[in-house]
Design a protein around this ligand. Structure first.
Ligand SMILES: [Fe+2]
Length: 356
């Protein structure tokens, strides 16, 4: 099994891992053979990449950072909260949010060394909600890396999950607009931060610190963000964490009209903005939790051989364990052999191979 980007899928390839659509429905089950109709459907949905069965590579174990069930539950809750707010109601069931946030935190605390692999295999029609859940997960993992306790994590997570709640007050046709917003629309859009804060601060039992995430998640470390051009430590730490998670998830998700970044490209951009737009300390922790080369990625080694990443580690992000399956002349290696790049100093990854 390995990851292939949707542009490079071919008829006859077999799905390696079930792909879920909106509301947890099965879009394509593991084992299904791809037809051109299926491939077009995946493209239409904006799905970036899928796991494909590959006998030459064999089975690979992929650990989900958060179980499918909890993710779907979080998606449901976020959707419910955000669409109810949309119907002009000004409150929501905070308990529902707290419960789902607690489930995510408990699962993540049970596996403290986890490295985030691919989070971007989801349908685009779920962008807002799927994005909110991913941002919450990434923020919690960052918070754990920064030594947060459970109480602090809960507040951070609730703020992260609902950071864009103000968007529910923003006209839908503008939210889905592919072309850049004009000045007036941009002004309106920026208001989602204040609108979000207004909604959250009025909800009893929702911490003010979490509400500030909605207000401040577009502020930038150097003071060039919005709505208040806050700077450095003047921006709440929760918001500084959510900003990094938000940017990373947006860059690595495919959106119509904009190409998606691979994790290592997104991390490079985040690294470049360290201390400029983004809090340098948060970035440092964030770099450790994301797999540069997610499990299932095909890579070219300096030896000219091709390999698939089978295990990643926090300590050595550029040196995962790989399974080498094609030799330098392009011939299949049977059976493939495995090497841990941490212990094989004469091997290194030269690039990611996206094609089949
Ligand atoms: Fe936002």
């Amino acid at each position: 099994m390995r990851i292939i980007s949707v542009e490079n899928l071919e008829e006859g390839m077999e799905i390696g891992r079930t792909i879920h659509g909106e509301n947890g429905t099965t879009l394509l089950a593991a084992g299904v053979e791809l037809t051109s109709r299926f491939i077009n459907r995946l493209k239409e949905l904006g799905i970036a990449s899928v796991y494909i069965r590959d006998d030459a590579v064999g089975e690979i174990e992929i650990d989900d950072v958060v179980s499918e069930r909890t993710r779907l539950e979080a998606l449901k809750v976020t959707k419910e909260v955000m669409s109810n707010i949309n119907l002009n109601s000004s409150s929501f069931d905070i308990q529902m949010v707290n419960d789902v946030v607690d489930n995510i935190i408990n699962e993540l605390l049970a596996n403290r060394d986890i490295v985030v692999n691919v989070l971007d295999i989801r349908a685009i029609n779920d962008f807002t909600y799927g994005h909110s859940v991913s941002v919450a997960i990434l923020s919690i993992i960052t918070g754990i890396a920064m030594g947060y306790d459970h109480t602090k994590l809960s507040k951070l997570a609730a703020g992260a999950l609902l950071h864009d709640i103000g968007k529910s007050k923003f006209p839908e046709h503008l939210l889905n607009k592919v072309d850049p917003l004009n000045e007036e629309e941009e002004q309106l859009f920026q208001g989602h931060t204040i609108a979000g804060f207004e909604i959250l601060k009025n909800i009893r039992e929702f911490s003010l610190a979490a509400a500030h995430v909605a207000l401040q998640h577009h502020e930038r470390y150097d003071g060039t963000g919005y709505p208040r051009q806050l700077k450095g430590e003047g921006i709440s730490e929760f918001a500084r964490i959510v900003t990094v998670a938000d940017i990373y998830d947006k860059m690595t998700t495919s959106i119509v009209g904009r190409p998606r970044c691979m994790p290592f490209q997104a991390l490079e951009i985040i690294m470049a903005n360290r201390g400029i737009f983004l809090d340098p300390e948060v970035v440092e922790h964030f770099m450790n939790i994301i797999a540069l080369f997610p499990v299932g990625t095909t890579v070219l080694l300096n030896t000219g051989e091709k390999a698939v990443v089978i295990q990643t580690s926090r300590k050595h992000p550029t040196r995962p364990e790989v399974r080498v399956f094609i030799d330098r002349d392009g011939k299949l290696i049977t059976p493939p052999y495995e090497i841990n790049l941490v212990y094989s100093s004469n091997y290194f990854i030269t690039r990611v191979i996206e094609e089949g």
